[in-house]
Design a protein around this ligand. Structure first.
Ligand SMILES: *Cc1c(COP(=O)(O)O)cnc(C)c1O
Length: 231
């Protein structure tokens, strides 16, 4: 087993703990999702051996392949990428969580296609908190209606909201975007939805996300190293 993945996971756990403490939040209030996209199944095995159980993937075929290859492990698979309607069935049958719900039609398909012998698919609504055209997610003003509609679907369980903020060095801008997601989550809870998940924070901004209320950080690079995309 390579020292590096195991060591990196330990360092990330320490960073999470330090950020929880700095924000005056209880130890263990933030879950770590290890984002393994582009890394081979062997890397996931190493992280698993270090005690990591939740893994995130962005590409449908890649998740499907790794889930099959790693079927001997008790992994909780999280789909965090853009999802097209012709790929929903694979995700409904393979994933435990989907963080990237941005349209009701996709959520309806996932609910219809979720095998009834499996527990409901755990989902988050993704919100475009930066307003960038290039970004996935529903508009902040549409989040409330979409979340209520998703929460009503029988084979889905809405757990909360997810965002990918604008990549920026400006700490105030970043904090404002995280705060927007947290405010939307608070509104939904005030409406009576039982939500427990705010999925925000990646390798570069996990401490700020935790300060802003994140309950799940999605960390790839800081665990597995830099990604190399092949065409
Ligand atoms: C790739 C990815 C991550 C992980 O990003 P890092 O900067 O490598 O930690 C988190 N969330 C989403 C949605 C991603 O696509």
């Amino acid at each position: 087993m390579s020292e590096s993945v195991v060591q990196a996971i330990q360092e990330v756990r320490q960073r999470i703990q330090a950020a929880e403490a700095a924000a005056g939040r209880p130890d263990g209030s933030v879950r770590l999702l290890a984002v393994s996209k582009t890394f081979p199944a062997a890397a996931v095995r190493e992280a698993y051996a270090a005690g990591q159980r939740a893994f995130g993937e962005n590409y449908v075929q890649e998740l499907q392949g790794k889930a099959a290859e790693l079927a001997d492990l008790a992994i909780e698979w999280h789909f965090i990428g853009p999802l097209q309607s012709n790929k929903t069935r694979i995700i409904a049958e393979t994933a435990h969580w989907v963080h990237s719900i941005e349209r009701l039609k996709i959520a309806q398909r996932l609910s219809e296609q979720r095998p009834t012998q499996l527990p409901p698919l755990q989902v988050c609504v993704q919100v475009n908190v930066s307003g960038e055209d290039s970004k996935s997610g529903c508009a902040p003003e549409d989040a409330r209606a979409l979340a209520h509609a998703v929460a009503a679907l029988p084979q889905l369980q809405l757990r909360g909201l997810m965002c990918i903020p604008e990549p920026t060095e400006d700490a105030n801008r970043l904090a404002g975007q995280f705060a927007l997601l947290q405010r939307l989550q608070d509104e939904l809870r005030a409406d009576g939805l039982a939500l427990d998940t705010v999925s925000m924070g990646m390798s570069a901004d996990m401490a700020q996300a935790i300060a802003a209320g994140s309950t799940m950080v999605r960390v790839g690079t800081a665990i597995f190293g830099a990604r190399h995309y092949h065409s």
